[in-house]
Every structure is written in structure tokens, then in C-alpha cells.
Design a protein around this ligand. Sequence first.
Ligand code: DC
Length: 223
Amino acid sequence: MSIAVAIDGPVGAGKSTIAKECANRLGFIYVDTGAMYRGIGLYCVRNGIGTRDGAAVEDALSQIKIEITLQDGTQHIILNGADVSEEIRLPEISMAASDVSAIPAVRAFLLDLQRGFADNNNVIMDGRDIGTVVLPDAEVKIYLTAGDEIRAKRRYDELVAKGKVVKYEDVLADLRQRDYNDMHRETAPLKQAEDAVLADTSELDFDGSVTLIENIIKSKAGM
Ligand code: DC
């Protein structure tokens, strides 16, 4: 039987970097579901489709093919045959992804793809609704969070390290807006599943966070 680990939480909680490292250590496949919403957001931005226009985005879905491949253990996202793993990380695509993720047809469109990964693999899947909607029977559910100013500071430091010119206040405002959208939409809003373990990394560095999550997984999955 395969083991599924669901990790949900707000923007910038470190879900993807922590989940990826835990997956490496445990030999699990890591699946980043946010990248799929980003792929749809990117398609809409490129094609001039309003990301809040539910009917237009729903119409566009028939033109969109999202595939996930693993290359050297790293997830790549393929949009209509082209690798867009870099482009989906652009800051303007973050809000587009949050916008399209509120559209029920978009969520339904991605659900089978997401569930398919957990059918025959040990997975760590991260997102906003993994423990509540995508994998409600996951053996391990974690709600990963940290204070919003701490998350914004980490994100700001990452952007500055990449040579980006940004203001901390803008990063914080963007993060709060995206959290608000993700928590208040009608379909599959971000919330802690009743049976999820709360992991707050406000006081932890990266190594400490990975150790915390790894220990939760091992103890819940009986490894
Ligand atoms: O994790 P991320 O920042 O790459 O996700 C981008 C957006 O996609 C996020 O603002 C909300 C949405 N999302 C979602 O609604 N459900 C998921 N399971 C994953 C992401």
C-alpha cells in the first residue's frame, strides 16, 4: 500500500522547499499542485484571458493540456508541450494562479491529474486543499504555516538574493492578498483539515523545519 502525505498552508510557508527535501530523504515523489494552477494562470496571461473571468477561463480549459514530468527527481510542468517550469514562477503569475484557482471548473480540471499521482506512489503533495479535498484519506496531513511578516521577510530575502528590486511592504501586501483570496473562495478554500497536524515554523530555520516535518511524517505513517 502506498503512503500519501498532504501538506497545505498559506503563501510562503516553505511548503515546496521543505516537502521536496523530505521527499528526497524518504524516497517519496514530491508533487507541487500550485505549479498546475500557475500553468493555467500563465496560459491565460499569455493569451489575454481575464484570470477572474470564470466563463472565459472555463472556455479556455479545452485548449489547455497540463502535464507533469519528473526529471532527476525534480518536477517539471509542461503546458501544451512546452516546459514552463521557469515562467510560472514570475511574480505576476502568482496572483493569476490564485485568481484562476477560485474557479470551480479549474479545480475540477486538475483533480484527476493530482489524485493520479497518489494511486501507485508514495507521495508528498503540497497545495491548499490536499488534505481537505484532493486526498481526504491521506495517511499524514500537515498544515504548515508561519507568521505572515516572517513569511514575507523570507520571500523578500529570496527575491533580493536573486537580484530583484522589491519593497518589503509590497511583498507583504501581495502575500496577504493572496492568502485572503485562497482562504475566502467558495470552492476548496485553504483551511486546516480537522485531522491535520499544525506545524508552525516561525521560530525554526530550514533544517529545523525539515526535521520537524520529517518526524511528523515518520510518526504518523509508522515508518
Ligand atoms: O503554492 P503556490 O503559491 O505555487 O500556488 C499558487 C496558487 O495556486 C495559490 O495562490 C492558490 C492556488 N492553489 C490552490 O488553490 N490549490 C492548491 N492545491 C495549490 C495552489
